[in-house]
Design a protein around this ligand. Structure first.
Ligand code: PMV
Length: 343
């Protein structure tokens, strides 16, 4: 069933004076999206499961610009080149639905390093999706919003929801069945994710390029064919609140994803020496009886899943690891939402 999202339905036909603000959290993939079955539509080769991360967020404002072109500001800096072109194509999806043509000014502000493997594109495009739907008074279901968010950044469709979320691979060639659905709400299983930052510089190889290179790996078909087993194990572990089972499948899935990147064409290593040092810390924590499990997205940072009662122990161990610059501890976050309605 399609559920309508809470978008203000104001009669203001003119968007000239409007400013809409929305906020979304990034998410960490526990069973990962890696590879595309359709590149222009951003349709994934595999389904994925994530946890939305509460302490980190991106706020996006949408308003008309007095200029003749779209403007994109990220953390106060004007963005140009390919990221601006990607954004423009994304704005066009909404302009077509609203039958509007006006250029827009988009301002995104994140409270964490952007483009560094911390999923800032997920939080940015999820917040932007909610803000644009409200800006144009589009009364769209959350599934429809998911298919739009997915076209900005695949993982953004998962940040529309809070807690544990599954993005369905879908079967249709037009992508109408490839969107995210919630599994368990943020309140229902309050685990923690400690994010060990090992390098805050923007990553040299974005996920799009990384996926293309990985699809050339001889192991890519095995990655795709073994995903359903990991998804099923993760769904069951999440439903049962079984951290050990979820952590075990998350680690295995993460290492499989990086194995296809390592063996891509050309090969791709997202890790830094400190990334591996954090994995050793996690294994040591487990040897000492602290259930903690790692995962790594398309960058050198390591995210560590643990019980709430172990967060201080895990945070201290990660912070003491050579090369770790900062550790954020996140509780499960809520889905993307408006901060202020239309003005
Ligand atoms: O959504 P994108 O294009 O930023 O790709 C995300 C890729 C990973 O973070 C590595 C995995 C995932 O499922 O989020």
């Amino acid at each position: 069933m399609h559920r309508a999202v809470a978008v203000p339905r104001k009669a203001a036909e003119k968007t000239r004076d409007r400013i809409v603000r929305a906020r979304a959290h990034p998410n960490v993939a526990l069973v990962k999206y890696w590879g595309k079955r359709n590149w222009p539509l951003n349709l994934p080769s595999v389904g994925s499961i994530s946890l939305t991360l509460g302490a980190l967020h991106t706020e996006v404002t949408v308003q008309p610009t007095s200029g003749s072109q779209d403007e994109y500001w990220s953390n106060g800096r004007l963005v140009e080149g390919p990221p601006l072109e990607d954004l423009r194509r994304f704005l066009d999806l909404f302009r077509r639905l609203a039958d509007k043509k006006e250029p827009l000014a988009i301002r995104a502000t994140s409270n964490f390093p952007v483009a560094a493997g911390l999923a800032s594109s997920a939080s940015t495009f999820a917040a932007l999706t909610v803000a644009l739907a409200a800006f144009y008074d589009l009364d769209l279901s959350k599934e429809h919003l998911g298919t739009l968010a997915r076209q900005g950044s695949g993982s953004a469709c998962r940040s529309l929801w809070g807690g544990f979320v599954e993005w369905k691979r879908g079967e249709r060639s037009d992508g109408t069945d490839s969107f995210a659905v919630p599994l368990v709400s943020p309140r229902d299983w309050p685990v923690r994710v400690a994010v060990a930052v090992t390098d805050t510089r923007p990553k040299p190889t974005g996920s799009r390029l990384g996926m293309g290179r990985s699809e050339a790996s001889p192991f890519f078909p095995a990655w795709v064919s073994s995903q359903e087993e990991d998804l099923q194990a993760a769904r069951e572990a999440i439903r049962a609140g079984d951290l050990e089972r979820l952590g075990t499948v998350a680690e295995r899935n993460c290492l499989k994803m990086h194995a296809v990147a390592f063996t891509g064409d050309p090969p791709l290593v997202y890790w830094r020496p400190a990334t591996l040092a954090v994995l050793e810390t996690v294994w040591q924590l487990r040897a000492e009886g602290v259930p903690a499990y790692f995962t790594i997205d398309a960058g050198p940072q390591v995210k560590v899943l643990c019980h709430a009662q172990d967060q201080a122990t895990v945070q201290a161990a990660l912070a003491a690891t050579q090369g770790v610059q900062e550790v954020f501890v996140c509780h499960p976050g809520t889905g993307a939402h408006l901060v202020e309605g239309c003005t």
